[in-house]
Design a protein around this ligand. Structure first.
Ligand SMILES: [Zn+2]
Length: 302
């Protein structure tokens, strides 16, 4: 009797076209230290290199999912999208650019508004996304940020905005520049309502976004080595006719010069913000009488 016998069923051969080792999307090379990172491990580390701490750029949905309690949030104002008021054409028509941005990014706009709980605190948060026309601020982005702040006032919630932007959207001309003043005015109302705004600057935060709401936070924090500035270094060098220092416009330089309150690793942002909110959210405000709340609401609608 043979020790081994063939089973009736033969193992089926794998067709040649399927004989490939699937390594695609398993490893990612770090842009900074060039280490090969296992994708699963990178996801777990919130897209931060475990060797050198390099922060990969991430999308708006990803950002909000890692921020809210259990990743639960309700998306708001998704119906607010850009139109083409100036019928602007640069290398291609603006309408075409918008259409392509929607296709490639899968997003309705360069910012996503959401509400939910963060460490049990009521929070409305927005995250900008560089994959939609460089995260630029047009009328729709400005309107969404303003609505977010107004909602925080009526619902007595804190505002947290994750900035990631190339600046104002030039295809909307002065209409995009007006958003800077509009959002700043809404933030002044938030301040009057004694509610906190925490601004989180990520790589890159530049142009009109830096020049308005990104720098108006009650607390301003940034991710490590994020590019933060208004104009680019070349333009500044040409204007002031001086060589700029190394690491100019990076988080670390800005912290040293008093522009930021803290630099926080992405993996620590959620606990850091919870600590801030526990300190800043005034329990009195949430206990105020509903009648006062009602009058505040009607005041806003005027
Ligand atoms: Zn690395």
């Amino acid at each position: 009797m043979p020790w081994f016998s063939k089973k009736n069923k033969r193992i089926e051969a794998v067709p040649p076209e399927e004989r490939v080792v699937k390594t695609e999307n398993v490893f990612v090379k770090c842009d900074s230290c060039e280490a090969h990172l296992y994708k699963g491990e990178l996801d777990e580390a919130l897209q931060v290199c475990v060797h050198c701490g390099y922060h990969f750029r991430i999308g708006a949905h990803e950002r909000l999912a890692m921020f809210f309690d259990d990743g639960n949030f309700e998306e708001l104002d998704a119906e607010v999208i850009s139109i083409d008021p100036l019928q602007f054409v640069d290398s291609k028509p603006y309408t075409k650019r918008l259409h392509q941005a929607k296709e490639t990014s899968g997003l309705p706009e360069a910012i996503i508004n959401a509400k939910g709980k963060v460490g049990e605190h009521p929070v409305v948060a927005a995250a900008m996304d560089m994959s939609f026309i460089g995260g630029s601020m047009g009328s729709a982005v400005g309107e969404k940020v303003t609505r977010l702040i107004e909602r925080a006032i009526t619902e007595k919630a804190a505002v947290v905005i994750f900035a990631a932007s190339g600046g104002a959207r030039m295809q909307e001309g002065t209409l995009s520049l007006m958003q800077m003043a509009k959002i700043s005015a809404a933030l002044a109302k938030l301040d009057e309502a004694r509610l906190p705004f925490i601004s989180v600057l990520t790589d890159p935060t530049t142009g009109g976004v830096t020049a308005s709401f990104a720098m108006l936070g009650d607390v301003i924090i940034a991710e490590p080595l994020a590019l933060i500035g208004f104009a680019g270094p070349r333009v500044i060098e040409q204007t002031i006719r001086q060589r700029l220092p190394k690491d100019f416009q990076r988080s670390e330089f800005l912290l040293e010069h008093g522009m930021l309150d803290a630099i926080v690793d992405r993996r620590e942002i959620r606990p850091f913000v919870i600590k801030l909110l526990s300190f800043m959210m005034n329990p009195e405000i949430r206990e105020e009488q509903p009648s006062r709340n009602q009058s505040a609401k009607s005041g806003l609608r005027k």
